[in-house]
Design a protein around this ligand. Sequence first.
Ligand code: HEM
Length: 296
Amino acid sequence: MPEPQRAIFLEGSRHHHYLEYTLNDATDNAALAQSITMARTAAKSSQVAMVLAFGPNTWRGLAPDQTPDALQDFQPISGPGHAAPATQRDILIWVHGEHHDDVLDLALAADKAFQPTGAAALDLTGFVYHDSRDLTGFVDGSANPKEDARMDAALVPDGETGAGGAFVFTQRWVHDLAAFNAVAIPDQERIIGRTKPDSIELEGDAMPPWSHVSRTDVKIDGVAQKIYRRSAPYGTATEHGLYFLAFACHPARIQVQLDRMYGVTGDGEYDHLIDYSRAVTGSYWFAPCEDALAGL
Ligand code: HEM
């Protein structure tokens, strides 16, 4: 298996910085390769980690032979009562590490590298909230795959186009915390599908078919559609939520979860979490393996 971007799997960072760029019309492959090399050089001499990912058209333009056919722009989803907007952008940079100042230094260097080629459409800092909780107060990440199962969930397997790379999906969610906090805790637990203090999954009749876990824990032909989530809370007192960031070996795994969340899979259910949080961005990306990046 070609070497993946190791920073995808580095856990424990308390500080995160996300940058999404839209490329200028005049940007050609040579200029873009120069920005990528500059950003990667800055990352190599930094204390913190950086993951680079590309929108479908951008990666196809740079490395058509290493672009899986399944890599396509995110399309808006319109379900009964709720919609997921598509804001497909061209470059995603995720910087993460132990200290806010080191993370900012690398984000500044990466931004300098991409200033000649694009404009930042999203520039967001994320953080670990208490013991890895979402701002709703629920632990986020409990059912994430562990150890080697993370790679199986996240990476395109050997022998396939783009092997060692990962499909990526991002969405910025804005929470209505006042509304969520007004819900009694047992009802919040039914919305998520886990208990609040200790993140124990609800079982049997206690687990509603419309809980977040019921909508995202999917098996197809006996295969669990596992993805590797690296989301983090972001925000201020007046606007806050979750920057959802997930890696998958195939985008269908992510799409089926989204379709089930938004209630467009024909079973009459949707994810009641989206009554309290709304997505305001959405993009698919590809995070190529190290060799593919170095080859640019
Ligand atoms: C407002 C946005 C979201 C919030 C606050 C949120 C929060 C949570 C929480 C608290 C859990 C339970 C603990 C855990 O296993 O991590 C969870 C599970 C999960 N979420 Fe989300 N999530 C959000 C959006 C999404 C989206 C957009 C997807 C998929 C595209 C997703 C996929 C999953 C998956 C796969 C699980 C684990 C299900 C299982 O196998 O038990 N989540 N999420």
